[in-house]
Design a protein around this ligand. Sequence first.
Ligand code: SAH
Length: 219
Amino acid sequence: MNFPAFTDTYRQKGERKLLAAQLQKKGINDEKVLAVIAEVPRHFFFPKDFWDHAYEDKAFQIGAGQTISHPHTVAYQSQLLGISEGDVVLEIGTGSGYQTAVLLALGAEVYSIERQEELYEKTKALFNQLKLEAYLFFGDGSKGLAEKGPFDKIICTAGAPTIPTNLLAQLKITGKMVIPVGDEKNQKMNLVTRISEKEFHTQELETFRFVPLIGEQAW
Ligand code: SAH
């Protein structure tokens, strides 16, 4: 990726490679996902004063009381989805846009919703500047985005009390959804596969701590 609007130094490129190696040690084994972590400049999605911290495996404040997810979380959710070129993906919780950029780099067509107007505006301006082509929406993602669905993949980057039924309804048959489900403190990553019109297979995986999904079909 080459974005003339921002600097991307050899040091930052090197740090990204180290980050990808670190994530591999933590169990990420999808080569495409690791290559994308090494490719997408995470610092572009960070407040400039904190660029030095962009390649640590940490979450970070991005404004409006929200955080950019840990690189490990982004890689983990992306790996579970198993994105193929051309997959139509719905993301709930655009936030900084980093996860969105990772999905784009994996070849997806991305529809992403954010409920904090300030973050939506900021990330939209950033995507224009970086010439990143995702469809960004302002609104309550717990209701999904019926007019653009059904989706091959759905990713929710905020913690939900239960899986919103609208999201299940907007998943294609054979489609997959990753969503953290639990209470305010801890959530289990759920991987849902739609088997048929009425059947879903749900796997409960590792524990995470996300900011809450707030909306009609959420907290
Ligand atoms: N993927 C983002 C994660 C941001 S944190 C990143 O790595 O930067 C989760 C985001 O979900 C927050 O920005 C929060 O405002 C947003 N969110 C919470 N509830 C939402 C809802 N109902 N619809 C859309 N976005 C929501």
